[in-house]
Every structure is written in C-alpha cells, then in structure tokens.
Design a protein around this ligand. Structure first.
Ligand code: WQD
Length: 336
C-alpha cells in the first residue's frame, strides 16, 4: 500500500515513516526541508534497513504534486507539512495562512482527482483554545484560537469536513495532537528545532547540553499544583502509531471526518517535566522563573478514550521514556 507522507522528514513525519516501513507499507516522502534536514532521510533508511522514495519540493506545488500522484498512484496520504511555532505565527501570520491553509487546499485539489481512499491530517489540541474543563474530549467546545497557528488548525478541520461531505469515497481522519516530545530510541532521529526552540523539551535538552544558558519557566503563579502550566506530553512514537492506525483501520461513516485526541490522558507540570528530566538522565538543569507567556493555557490534557475505542490505540511510552530518548538524541546531535 503506497502512502504519500508530506513533511515526512519532519519530527512526527519521520517517526511515522519508520513505523510505516516497519509494518510493510510503502511511504513516499515529499519534503522541501524548510523545517527538517536531508540527513533525516538517510537516518530513516538506517533505522529500518529499508529503502523508500522521497521527493524534495513544496507539496503546495500543484504541478509537481500532480505528477507524483500520476506516477506513484498512492492509496492514502498523511499530510504533516505545515508550520507549527505558535509565537512565530503571531509575528508572521501570513506565512502560516499560506503554508498551513493554501497548501492544504492545493493538496486536496490533487487528492480530488486521484484514487486516494484515506487522508490523515495533523491537527492540534490548540483548537480547544483555553479549555474551561479538563480533560478535553473531542466533544469539548472549540473556542477562539489564541494564535494564528491554532486558527489555521481550526480552518483546516473545517476545510476537511466540507471536503469529506463532497468526497464520500475518501475517509478523513483529523488527529488532534497534544504535546509531542521524545525521539527514536536509537537517537538517530528526533526533534530538530531550527533556531531557538519555543517548545519546552528541546529547550530543556539544549540547556542541559550547554547550547542555552538557562531555561526560563514561563510563569509559576498559575492555579495549578505547583504554579506552572500543565500539558499532556506524548511520545512521538505513540503519535506515529496513531497515524498508521488511523489511515489503515478507519472505515468511512456518514461522510464525516473521524476526529481523535491523541494524548496520554495525563497532565504534567513544567516543574514535573524538569524534575523527571533531571532524574531519568541523572543531570542538572539551570532554570529560573520568568513572566507568563502570552496565550498559554494553565492546564490542558486529553481524554483519548475515543482513539482507543475506534482504533484500538493507546500510548505505550511514559514521560520518562520520552525525556530519556530526547536526551539521547540531543547528545547524538551534538557530535554531528
Ligand atoms: C509547554 C509549556 C510553556 C518553553 C505547542 C503548540 C501545540 C503543540 C505542542 C503541535 C508551556 C512552558 C515552554 C520554555 C516554558 N504543537 N515553557 N519555557 O505551547 O503547550 O503547545 O506545542 O501540535 O499546538 O501550541 O508547548 O512546549 O511551547 O510549552 O516554561 O522555554 O512549557 O509556557 O506552559 P505548548 P510548549
């Protein structure tokens, strides 16, 4: 079975390509390496000892994408290609509306003329805004997004709901990620933040290895157990598995997309992540407390029981596993 994976050299994309190869699928990667590096492709081949086809271009290029669809005749597509830095989306919204929305529309226009039977989309827990109640389920209210990035995910979900209605032959799955962290246990692939990381775990590992002076904890005066924000940190391997199950197991029902939360169902505070990182990796970490970061929700974590019911999916890796794998990856990166 041939699966197009746009953004397949990215953080979640590369781990999903590994899972696809290890389970006998034929992934076809399309990536322009704006948020990743070509060496990741070779690393995927090294981990799996399998070869696969990859193309280096912007998947929003309709002409090039159409010729790949014509040549490869894919059965499914997993669309990862998008920008995902919340703070960058605030300072550069047009980049996000272009890359996350018009690219999606271009990809769908090619899918529309193909024999693709299944489309999986990277959505995000940011569609819930600042939830009034936790854990959040797929039926929790969708609120005003607090960044252009979050808004592009809400618009993307709407586009795909409308596409599903007019394309009954294509099963659409929208996976709402919580906080993806970790790396492949081999240390050969992982998160590659270009520039200063905005996400917590890569900032922690870069501080621990000495690239960053110190971690600033954004606010410790929230109404939570220790005053710092709570999130649902999910291992990237568990997230990858959810994609493979989503496209392969989902049978279409009433022309509506399948919407699933993909999280562990457990909330961890920033301080708990810091202490776990120090403990599991037996290392110290410089950090100080700073002011709150705009747009941060005090507490978000998932109710992912629907993913278990519909796909038989549940997370296998712990927070400690993810922090240990992320540290191994950072150490391997530093000797590159
Ligand atoms: C987590 C917590 C920060 C950095 C984002 C996207 C979301 C999803 C996951 C894709 C917050 C605190 C962080 C630092 C800190 N991506 N923090 N110091 O904002 O929950 O979610 O990534 O689907 O869509 O919005 O993740 O890792 O940036 O922050 O104290 O240097 O860590 O304030 O409380 P976030 P994050």
């Amino acid at each position: 079975m041939k699966i197009i994976v746009t953004g397949g050299a990215g953080f979640i994309g590369s781990h999903t390509v590994v899972d696809l190869l290890e389970n006998g699928y034929e992934p076809i990667v399309i990536d322009d390496f704006r948020n990743s590096k070509p060496f990741i492709i070779e690393r995927i081949k090294k981990i799996t000892n399998k070869d696969f086809v990859s193309y280096n271009f912007d998947c929003g290029d309709i002409k090039k994408l159409s010729s790949v669809f014509l040549k490869e005749k894919p059965d499914a597509i997993i669309h990862f290609a998008a920008d995902k830095a919340v703070n960058e989306s605030v300072s550069n919204p047009l980049k996000y509306y272009h890359n996350n929305i018009s690219t999606l529309v271009n990809v769908l226009s090619v899918v529309n003329k193909s024999k693709v039977k299944s489309f999986v989309f990277s959505s995000s827990c940011t569609v819930y805004g600042v939830p009034k109640k936790v854990p959040v389920s797929e039926f929790s209210p969708i609120q005003q997004a607090f960044s252009p990035y979050g808004f592009t995910k809400q618009i993307g979900e709407q586009i795909l709901s409308d596409f599903a209605k007019s394309n009954p032959g294509v099963s659409i799955s929208l996976l709402r990620y919580f906080n993806p962290i970790g790396a492949h246990p081999s240390g050969l692939i992982g998160e590659l933040p270009l520039g200063v990381p905005s996400n917590l775990v890569p900032f922690i590992t870069q501080t621990a290895i000495g690239i960053r002076e110190s971690l600033i904890v954004h606010g410790n005066d929230y109404d939570t157990t220790d005053g710092t924000c709570i999130r649902d940190y999910i291992h990237v391997l568990d997230l990858a598995r959810a994609h493979v199950l989503a496209f392969s197991n989902y049978l279409k029902k009433n022309n509506k997309p399948l919407i699933l939360n993909i999280g562990t169902g457990k909330g961890s505070s920033v301080l708990e992540v810091i202490e776990s990182f120090k403990k599991v990796n037996k290392t110290n970490l410089n950090y100080t407390f700073g002011p709150r970061r705009d747009g941060d929700a005090p507490c978000v974590y998932a109710n992912s029981s629907l993913a278990k019911k519909v796909l038989g999916w549940e997370h296998k890796f712990s927070l400690e596993d993810a922090l240990s794998h992320a540290w191994e990856w950072e150490k391997q990166l530093s000797i590159l």
